[in-house]
Write a new protein. Structure first.
Length: 128
């Protein structure tokens, strides 16, 4: 019985080394995700399209961040963020910038996100 315990203990030690090696490797090579339609707006009314936007929709934000955590994604690049700063008046801009700030803080403190990036440009500037 003592031999079985020793063998089991040695197997446990080797498995823990393997697990630690996988965690260290994932930290050395961060995984990223491009997030499309992060912020969508209705061009006719200059209001946010709450059906498709992620920003400001707590359920969609949490679903995205949980997906990142489940898949060890540590870097996200957000598309459509410049629309916040170019489309709305000052009071709307303040509201959406606060939502953006809250999302970034939540992603870094509650979830596994280390860096948040923003993609700039427009569809007409696509690379050939």
């Amino acid at each position: 019985m003592k031999k079985i315990f020793i063998v089991f203990h040695l197997i446990s030690i080797f498995n823990s080394f393997e697990l630690q090696a996988q965690i260290i490797q994932s930290l050395d090579h961060p995984r990223g995700l491009y997030v499309n339609r992060f912020f969508c707006f209705n061009s006719g009314t200059n209001t946010q399209n709450t059906n498709t936007s992620i920003l400001g929709n707590v359920a969609k934000e949490n679903e995205l961040l949980q997906y990142c955590m489940d898949n060890h994604i540590t870097y996200i690049t957000l598309f459509d963020v410049p629309k916040i700063f170019s489309t709305f008046n000052t009071s709307q801009w303040t509201t959406y910038s606060e939502l953006l700030s809250s999302f970034i803080c939540k992603s870094k403190t509650t979830y596994c996100i280390q860096k948040v990036g923003v993609a700039l440009g427009s569809p007409s500037e696509r690379l050939l």
